[in-house]
Design a protein around this ligand. Structure first.
Ligand code: PEP
Ligand code: MG
Length: 755
């Protein structure tokens, strides 16, 4: 087998000289393919480039018929070249013509060549083209030859990405080598946003690819690896990881990879073959990305993602850039794209320029989702490989209602979404007009519409929506977005600001609901098999009363002289509530003893979100001033479905008899005792579900700010007694678990109720 004269290092050196020559793009490509053919002792070297329309075009060749250049084309998936583009995998064949995918292009004259080695031009996980060498003989290509061709392909891919070859692409497709793409993810926060991609962790564009001095580059690589290792160690030691949404286990994985000898060796080898340190990192990262895009096992894909993140850190260190997008220079209409993001990082961006958020990870009840909703930023998550398939500045549309993301959309798609956004804005205006219209059903039942909140940014919504108060203030959000435990006075400052903003409107503060999916990064995590069923919320509060008492004291002080409502999450037995109540009494006594003014009126309530409480209604109603139904968790525990698990989360309908009967029990009991009742879970904010709740007898609902308008529009058109009769009838007839959704939808339609 002939070996390459001079090896990859010489090839790269010559390549660098060719890149520096003052010649046109086509001449440069012609020289490059001649160089590669000679270096690899191949009769043919051809470069195919992916055009904007997704077609591969022969851009340069040594050995095939020159007339075929810019004439021969193929679709991704067509022929061997198309196969390489579609799979993003290299192909080495000693007899290409016997491969089932071989497709003969007569104009190229390639029928006399047997051996074939083709590699994709990969950049950021995208295939930008294919580089091929061919030989007449039935030759077996060596591993080093494949490596050398892949390295050359990477240099060419950077050339393409830098726009150097744009002039050679057909005019009508010349603006981009990249196609429109539609992805469907999980809808996190409603709204339609049109804008341009801003990568939260921007990718580095490499300028120097080929080493002038290999020894110097090796030293740079080692130094950067040392620095990155040290910074990870420091992060782990500081335990200060909330800001980037990174938890300890991710950092531990980083640390493991940072010492992975296989990964380090491959990067060192890439430098030895003649690349700069940064190009070597990119070269190895590019292979890793291609594997990641093909990987279907979620665990392995996550690990490849971690490795990708680590390589990014290394690249940023090598080219001296910050890891996260510059907040100061955020463009107008920015759509943030990230693998995952902590709520604090999102809050750092200038809200007025943000039009959307796209994430690879994060469920609908994740913290980032809650913050995106509070900020009114359309958001979609679970978009596979989002950060790999998009480039900085790409046009993008986010539909936070459907979960659709349109990447590099065509003009028609863009126009359709712009229209959708306009329609939405018009609807919002109509809801705004309803702001001061009293929320009373057609048959005269007043309904109390309150807000769910948890951050300072939520407070202006009290005014814009005309909500009658805050029905659920999730105090844990302040804890979740902090880098360390908020002090007692920091808590008090926030609560006082909330009470102040609410004025005469009541606020129901929920005490810390942590544990389960709500993890505080600075607190030692407790390993649990089933965290949702584990040590969380009031259970932590009662076992470690120091934290709960500090919070209660902050609440009592913040609401001095005012009305205050406090409720406890995840109450499973009446006794737990009573014990929490005793803690409050103790704090009240303490404050009085020390001369602090107390709230003018204090009401204590329990969240009803654990089914066991359904069977202690008489007892809990006797001791609590109010109950608030947490339907998110109640559904989770009633049907035994993990609310974070997409596979099962939507399997059962809250509008089916088991849940509706459970809810009816509570309304009936609360009505016969003197216990206030509210629903503060997500179902209260969905018009059709809210219609059913009102039919069951609920008169108070608490919801996300964007839901108030739609729910009010629904109830203004609703005859509550009529829907109540319908639901009661259906519940007596069908207890089999079928959903009442179709019946209720038909009812709404027949009565012109907007749901
Ligand atoms: C609920 O469980 O319905 C609820 C309102 O609480 P959270 O979503 O914060 O668990
Ligand atoms: Mg809950």
């Amino acid at each position: 087998m002939p070996s390459a004269p001079g090896g990859p290092r010489l090839l790269l050196r010559r390549l660098r000289e060719i890149m520096a020559e003052p010649v046109g793009a086509q001449d440069r490509l012609d020289k490059i393919v001649i160089l590669i053919a000679a270096n690899m002792v191949a009769e043919v070297c051809s470069l195919y480039v992916m055009r904007g329309d997704g077609v591969l075009e022969l851009f340069a060749t040594e050995g095939l018929n020159r007339e075929a250049v810019h004439l021969t084309t193929m679709r991704a998936g067509e022929g061997l070249v198309g196969l390489i583009a579609a799979t993003a995998e290299s192909l080495a064949l000693s007899d290409a013509q016997s491969h089932p995918a071989f497709s003969y292009k007569p104009e190229t004259g390639e029928e006399i060549y047997h051996a074939f080695l083709g590699v994709p031009l990969l950049r950021a996980g995208n295939t930008l083209g294919v580089l091929v060498v061919q030989n007449r003989t039935y030759r077996v290509y060596a591993e080093e030859e494949l490596e050398a061709l892949q390295t050359t392909a990477m240099v060419l891919a950077e050339m393409l990405a830098s726009g150097e070859l744009q002039a050679l692409a057909p005019i009508e497709t010349g603006t981009a080598f990249r196609r429109p793409l539609q992805q469907r993810g999980t809808a996190l926060a409603d709204g339609v946003g049109l804008g341009h991609v801003v990568l939260h962790e921007p990718r580095v564009v490499l300028k120097n690819l080929i080493a002038e001095n290999v020894e110097v580059e090796l030293e740079r690589l080692e130094e950067a690896i040392g620095d990155v290792r040290a910074s990870i160690d420091e992060l782990i030691e500081r335990g200060d990881v909330a800001h980037h949404g990174e938890h300890r286990d991710v950092l531990e994985t980083f640390r493991m990879f940072a010492h992975d000898q296989g990964w380090l060796r491959r990067m060192r080898e890439a430098v030895t073959s003649g690349l700069t340190a940064e190009a070597a990192v990119e070269r190895v990262q590019s292979d890793n990305r291609a594997r990641m895009l093909r990987q279907t096992d979620p665990y392995l894909r996550d690990r490849l993602h971690d490795l990708d993140d680590l390589a990014n850190r290394l690249l940023h260190r090598l080219v001296g850039r910050d890891m996260v997008a510059s907040k100061a220079s955020l463009p107008e209409n920015a759509i943030l794209v990230a693998r995952s993001m902590g709520p604090a990082a999102l809050l750092d961006y200038d809200r007025s320029r943000l039009r959307g958020l796209v994430l690879e990870e994060g469920g609908p009840t994740s913290h980032i989702a809650i913050v995106a909703r509070a900020l009114g930023i359309p958001a979609v998550s679970e978009v596979a490989n989002a950060t790999s398939i998009m480039e900085q500045g790409d046009a993008i549309i986010v539909d936070g209602g459907t979960g659709d993301v349109q990447i590099r959309p065509s003009a028609e798609v863009e126009a359709a979404y712009a229209e959708k956004a306009r329609l939405r804005a018009r609807r919002q205006e109509q809801y705004l007009k309803l702001r001061d219209v009293p929320a009373v059903t057609k048959d005269g039942k007043p309904i109390n519409l309150q807000l769910n909140a948890g951050l300072l940014v939520d407070l202006p919504h009290l005014e814009d929506t005309g909500a009658t108060g805050i029905g659920l203030f999730r105090t844990e959000l302040q804890f979740m977005i902090s880098e360390r435990m908020p002090t007692a006075s920091e808590q008090q400052v926030l609560y006082a600001a909330v009470v102040e903003a609410a004025g005469d409107r009541p606020v129901t503060f929920r005490t810390l609901d942590i544990g389960g999916d709500k993890i505080l990064p600075y607190m030692q995590a407790v390993e649990e098999e089933n965290p949702a069923l584990g040590w969380r919320a009031i259970r932590i509060g009662l076992d470690r009363p120091g934290l709960l008492r500090m919070q209660i004291r902050a609440l009592l002080k913040a609401a001095a002289g005012r009305h205050l409502k406090i409720m406890f999450p995840m109450v499973a037995t009446c006794d737990e509530f009573v014990r929490a109540k005793v803690l409050v009494e103790r704090e009240k006594a303490y404050l009085s003893r020390h001369g602090y003014p107390l709230p003018a009126d204090l009401k204590l309530g329990a969240m009803l979100e654990v089914p066991s409480l359904l069977f202690q209604l008489t007892e809990i109603c006797a001791v609590a001033d109010f109950l608030s139904i947490g339907s998110n968790d109640l559904m989770q525990f009633l049907f035994a479905i993990d609310r974070e698990n997409r596979r099962v989360a939507e399997r059962f309908d809250p509008l089916s008899a088991p849940m509706l009967r459970a809810l009816k029990r509570v309304v009936d009991k609360a009505a016969s005792s003197d216990c206030e009742l509210t629903v503060c879970g997500e179902i209260g904010g969905r018009p059709l579900e809210a219609m059913a709740l009102i039919g069951l007898g609920f008169r108070s609902l608490s919801m996300a700010p964007t839901s108030i308008g739609p729910v009010k529009a629904m109830l203004l058109a609703l005859d509550a007694d009529l829907v109540g009769t319908l639901i009661r009838e259906k519940l007596t007839l069908d207890g089999g678990g079928n959903s009442l959704r179709p019946t209720l939808s038909a009812f709404a339609k027949a009565h012109g109720i907007p749901v």
